[in-house]
Write a protein that binds this ligand. Structure first.
Ligand code: PLP
Length: 385
C-alpha cells in the first residue's frame, strides 16, 4: 500500500552539509575542505588534544566510575567548574551571591536550544535579535520554539570590520525586553569581534533599553590564547549585576566536537530566581533527552579540576591560537606575493584576513569566485565566502 509518509516533501540539505558532501565525493588529492568549523593538523587531519588523551586514560583506569544516569542537569562539578571558567573564579559577584544556574547540555547547540525553549515558555518578549551574518544554525534554535527572529547589522562590507553604528542603531530600535544574541568572541563567520570599549557601548545600550543578552561562547581561549581575556565581553555584562544567558561550548576549545559537551549558564538577579529558573530548565530538558551523556563532560571535569592538566590545556590552546594566526599570515603573504620566488599577481587587498580573529574569516569572495575555486582548484567553502 501507499506509505503513511507519501506526502512528506524532500527537504533541501543545509548549505554547509551540501558543500561537505560535494567535497567528500571529489576524488582529487588536492581537495581542501574549508566549509566546516573544525581545527585540523598541518596535514589536514583531525586533531585530539594531548590533555584529552590523558584525561580519557585516567577515566578508563578509574574503576570506581560507573555508567548510571546523571541528574537531569548533568554532573554538578562540571557545572560549577564551567560557570567559573566563563564568569571568572575571583571576579564574579554572581557566583559569590549564588545567582547563577548552570546545566550541562548537549554542546553549544543543545545549550542554545534549551535556553531558547526556556525563554519561549517563561519570558515575556518573543523577539530575538541575531547578528547579520551569524552562525547559520542560530535562527533555527529560536524559530523552532516559536520566537521571532530579527537581525541587527554587524559586518561592514567596506572595511571588513564591525559595523558598530549599524549595530547600535538596530539595537536602539529593538522593542524593550528583546533578546539579543551575542557571540562572546571569535565571531562566526566574520572573525570580527568588538573591542572592549565597543563592548562597553553595546552593554550600556542593552542595559539602558532593558534588552536581554544571550551570549554564545564557542571559542573561549582560541581567539587570544587566554581564557580570561576571551571571556571579557561576558564578564562585563555580569559585573553590572544584570541578567544574562550564556551558551558555553567545549567543542572547539577542547576539541570535543563529537562528544557534545556544553553548558547553559543563566545569571539571575537573585538566588531565589536562580533556583526557580533551574527548576524550569529541568522541565525543558526532561521531555527532550531526560539527562545528558557522561563521557565528554567527565573529560572536561577532569581537565578543569586538576591544576596540572588545566595548565597543559591552556598551553595547547595557546599553540592552537598561534598556529591559527600563522596560517592567516601565510595566506595573506601569499596573496600579497610577499617572500615568494614566483609572483602570482593576485589582485586586491587581503589584509582583513590578518585583522580577523579566531577560526573564521569572511574572505570577501563572491559566489562566482568560490564556484571557480571549487571547479579549478578543488577548494570547498561556503558560498557566502
Ligand atoms: N555557536 C557558534 C558560534 C558556532 O560557531 C558553533 C559551531 O560551529 C556552535 C555554536 C555549535 O557548537 P557545538 O558543536 O558545541 O554545538
Amino acid at each position: 500500500g501507499e506509505s503513511a509518509f507519501s506526502d512528506v516533501p524532500l527537504a533541501p540539505e543545509p548549505l554547509v552539509y551540501a558543500v561537505m558532501a560535494a567535497c567528500r565525493q571529489d576524488p582529487s588529492p588536492l581537495k581542501l575542505n574549508l566549509g566546516i568549523g573544525v581545527y585540523r593538523t598541518e596535514e589536514g587531519k583531525p586533531f585530539v588534544l594531548n590533555v584529552v588523551r590523558r584525561a580519557e586514560e585516567l577515566l578508563v583506569n578509574d574503576l570506581s566510575r560507573d555508567k548510571e544516569y546523571l541528574p537531569i542537569t548533568g554532573i554538578p562539578e562540571f557545572n560549577e567548574l564551567s560557570s567559573k571558567l566563563i564568569l571568572g573564579v575571583e571576579s564574579s559577584p554572581a557566583i559569590k551571591e549564588n545567582r547563577v544556574t548552570t546545566v550541562q547540555c548537549v554542546a553549544g547547540c543543545g545549550s542554545l536550544r534549551v535556553g531558547a525553549e526556556f525563554l519561549a515558555k517563561h519570558y515575556h518578549q518573543k523577539s530575538v535579535y541575531i547578528p547579520e551574518p551569524t552562525y547559520s544554525n542560530h535562527p533555527n534554535f529560536f524559530s523552532s520554539v516559536g520566537l521571532v527572529v530579527k537581525t541587527y547589522r554587524y559586518y561592514d562590507l567596506a572595511t571588513h570590520g564591525l559595523d558598530l553604528q549599524g549595530l547600535l542603531e538596530d539595537l536602539s530600535s529593538a522593542p524593550a525586553g528583546s533578546i539579543v544574541l551575542l557571540q562572546a568572541c571569535g565571531h562566526n563567520p566574520t572573525g570580527v569581534d568588538p573591542t572592549i570599549q565597543e563592548w562597553e557601548q553595546i552593554r550600556q545600550l542593552i542595559r539602558s533599553n532593558g534588552l536581554l543578552p544571550f551570549f554564545d561562547s564557542a571559542y573561549q581561549g582560541l581567539v587570544s590564547g587566554n581564557l580570561d581575556a576571551d571571556a571579557q565581553s561576558v564578564r562585563l555584562f555580569v559585573a553590572d549585576g544584570g541578567e544574562s544567558l550564556i551558551a558555553q561550548s567545549y567543542s572547539k576549545n577542547i576539541g570535543l566536537y563529537g562528544e557534545r559537551v556544553g553548558a547553559l549558564i543563566i545569571v539571575c538577579k537573585t538566588a531565589e530566581v536562580a533556583i526557580n529558573v533551574e527548576s524550569q530548565l529541568k522541565l525543558v530538558i526532561r521531555p527532550m533527552y531526560s539527562n545528558p551523556p557522561i563521557h565528554g563532560a567527565s573529560i572536561v571535569t577532569a581537565i578543569l579540576k586538576d591544576r596540572e592538566m588545566y595548565n597543559e590545556w591552556t598551553s595547547e590552546l595557546k599553540k592552537m591560537k598561534e598556529r591559527l594566526v600563522n596560517i592567516r599570515q601565510k595566506l595573506v603573504n601569499s596573496l600579497h606575493d610577499k617572500g615568494k620566488s614566483v609572483n602570482l599577481g593576485t589582485p586586491g587587498d587581503w589584509s582583513h584576513i590578518m585583522r580577523q580573529v579566531g577560526m573564521y574569516s569572511l574572505s570577501g569572495l563572491n559566489q562566482d569566485q568560490i564556484a571557480f575555486m571549487t571547479k579549478e582548484y578543488h577548494i570547498y567553502m561556503s558560498s557566502d565566502g
